[in-house]
Ligand binder design. Structure first.
Ligand SMILES: [Zn+2]
Length: 377
């Protein structure tokens, strides 16, 4: 296939499913303009909507110490969600953090500053490191691009389990259109949701020890049982208020001494390494291409600047090699062992048992109902 890049964003044919119109504009941009932006702008233009949501959340949890829960990583999106919940919506959220072993010091510092600055309580759940490590090494040996599934699964499963156990109905997340309207295609390691079948099949094939405490809630359980039957609601406040990345960073810095990261997802040392080294060099996919395209579509970054940023890694070569050693050591692998895995043949989730077809069906229903507006092929 001939190489092509969108004339308005920087998505390109490294996404095998991308389509272009006659003018050279991609289907992500078309979807943003036709399907996503109008609804999004409409919500932001009506501040009464976010207030009505806040009132409903408060009314539902009257008499409790907190009225909702927010999963925080120390990164921008979740940190700003906590700020909006407290200061704009007047809620009393419980901040919930999952420590999967890869926090950067900056992420930990940011969470502390938020907790103190907003006067909120924090609950931290620590994932058993031996199990976390075992699952991550199994994933690496499975050779699929989706290397962040173990962390994502732990973060969201622990959050949903805690909310369910404590009968907290409203789960606020930092998911948003402003910085994430261009959703990375699943070929780039964007597997859609926590698929227990896939995770356990990979662990069965390459794992060494049982996952006895690892938090794992399957997508069908949280989408159907938790959300449809038990009435848990996942709320995305950042889509209801003006949310501009640079301004949000400045607000958090000014108010709490919060420190901004060089790039999205840099709060986790593993994710930073995975997105800046493992994915581009082993698979040829740049997740940053989708991150930057989101900012270009929403007018927060010039296309030329995005092209310049994507032309080189976020971290320099020496630093990346040091991170390679750090990740190997942390996972109890020698640098050579990790190198052998890195050089091994690439696979995809299709080489393992999975319920991708079922998830796709669910996603189509969500899109028909207007509950998911981002492009989901
Ligand atoms: Zn485009």
């Amino acid at each position: 296939m001939q190489y092509q890049i969108c004339r308005t964003c920087i998505m390109d044919t490294t996404d095998p499913g991308i389509r272009f119109d006659v003018s050279g504009k991609c289907d992500y941009c078309a979807n943003f303009e036709e399907n996503l932006r109008p609804h999004w702008q409409e919500d932001i233009a009506h501040p009464s909507r976010v207030q009505a949501l806040a009132d409903a959340i408060k009314a539902e949890r009257k008499g409790h110490d907190f009225d909702c829960i927010i999963g925080v990583s120390g990164g921008l999106d979740s940190s700003y969600t906590a700020y909006v919940a407290r200061e704009v919506m007047g809620l009393r959220p419980l901040l919930f953090h999952v420590d999967a072993g890869w926090n950067t010091d900056q992420a930990v510092g940011n969470i502390e500053k938020l907790v103190n600055g907003l006067g909120l309580d924090l609950y931290t759940e620590v994932v058993d490191w031996e199990e976390m490590k075992d699952l991550q090494v199994a994933f690496l040996r499975a050779q699929i691009p989706d290397q962040d599934l173990p962390q994502d699964a732990a973060f969201f499963s622990a959050l949903y389990q805690f909310a369910r156990k404590n009968r907290i109905k409203h789960v606020l997340t930092g998911s948003n259109y402003s910085t994430e309207c261009c959703r990375e295609p699943e070929e780039w390691g964007g597997y859609p949701g926590i698929d227990k079948t896939l995770i356990l099949d990979i662990h069965r094939s390459f794992g060494q020890r049982p996952l006895s405490t690892f938090p794992l809630v399957d997508i069908m359980i949280y989408k159907v049982l938790y959300q449809r039957v038990l009435g848990m609601q996942v709320v995305k406040p950042l889509n209801l208020v003006p949310y501009v990345k640079k301004e949000a960073e400045q607000t958090l810095e000014r108010r709490f001494g919060w420190q901004s990261f060089q790039h999205k997802h840099h709060e986790s040392r593993f994710t930073r390494f995975y997105e800046d080294y493992w994915m581009p060099r082993k698979f040829g996919f740049h997740k940053r291409r989708a991150h930057f395209s989101s900012l270009v579509m929403t007018g927060q970054l010039g296309r030329d600047e995005a092209l310049d940023r994507i032309s080189r890694p976020e971290m320099d070569e020496h630093y990346l090699e040091r991170e390679f050693e750090y990740v190997a050591n942390k996972l109890d692998l020698t640098v050579d062992e990790l190198r052998v895995i890195f050089d091994g043949p690439n696979r995809t989730y299709k080489d393992y048992r999975n319920k991708r077809a079922l998830i796709g069906l669910g996603a189509q229903v969500m899109q028909k109902l207007g509950m998911e507006r981002r492009l989901f092929r």
